[in-house]
Design a protein. Structure first.
Length: 191
């Protein structure tokens, strides 16, 4: 797979977005995106995993917490495998935050989409009315901001982030199907 690096490193979209974000660079924006990117970090996901599992168990919705965490850990494993497979180097230039390993796909974008996206889905189905929709919408906004932060901080190309979003959405759909399948099976067993 490494032989197509010159092609993906020169995508026009990547250059256009990077130039635009460089043009709006500002110390306040730097601090904002450094803060936002931390919400897509392994530490945030570990804390989110533990907190969500405790909340879902307390709500007697342990299956939802279990599937949410399966989605999280699956996305992490798939992302790491894809990074090794594609071995795309990170953008050149100054990185405004530390980033290790390869660039494609963006782990922050992929794992954030999988975790926060599936959490948004669970909030949508558990909280009726406008409140559920607003909470879900805020999580989707967070996902988008995390993706933008990775390009702004110059640790990812736009195409890395878009691929991460796409793969994360795919995992949300797969795990939503898994959740409904398991809840149907468990409902049949208990009746």
């Amino acid at each position: 797979m490494n032989n197509w690096h010159p092609f993906i490193n020169e995508l026009t979209m990547d250059r256009i977005v990077r130039l635009w974000l460089t043009g709006i660079s500002h110390p306040v924006a730097d601090q904002f995106f450094l803060w936002i990117t931390q919400l897509g970090s392994p530490t945030a996901f570990i804390m989110g995993s533990i907190a969500s599992m405790l909340v879902f168990i307390r709500m007697r919705r342990g299956l939802q917490g279990l599937v949410l965490n399966l989605c999280l850990f699956t996305s992490w494993a798939v992302m790491n495998g894809l990074k090794e497979l594609f071995a795309r180097p990170r953008p050149l230039g100054e990185h405004l935050t530390y980033a290790a390993g390869f660039s494609f796909p963006s782990g922050h974008a992929m794992v954030s989409t999988a975790f926060y996206g599936f959490l948004a889905y669970l909030l949508w189905i558990n909280i009726p009315g406008r409140c559920g929709r607003v909470c879900s919408g805020l999580l989707i906004l967070l996902i988008i901001l995390i993706g933008i932060s990775r390009v702004y901080l110059n640790v990812h190309f736009t195409s890395d982030v878009l691929a991460g979003f796409l793969l994360g959405v795919l995992l949300v759909f797969l795990f939503a199907k898994l959740y409904h399948y398991l809840s149907t099976v468990l409902a049949k067993r208990s009746s």
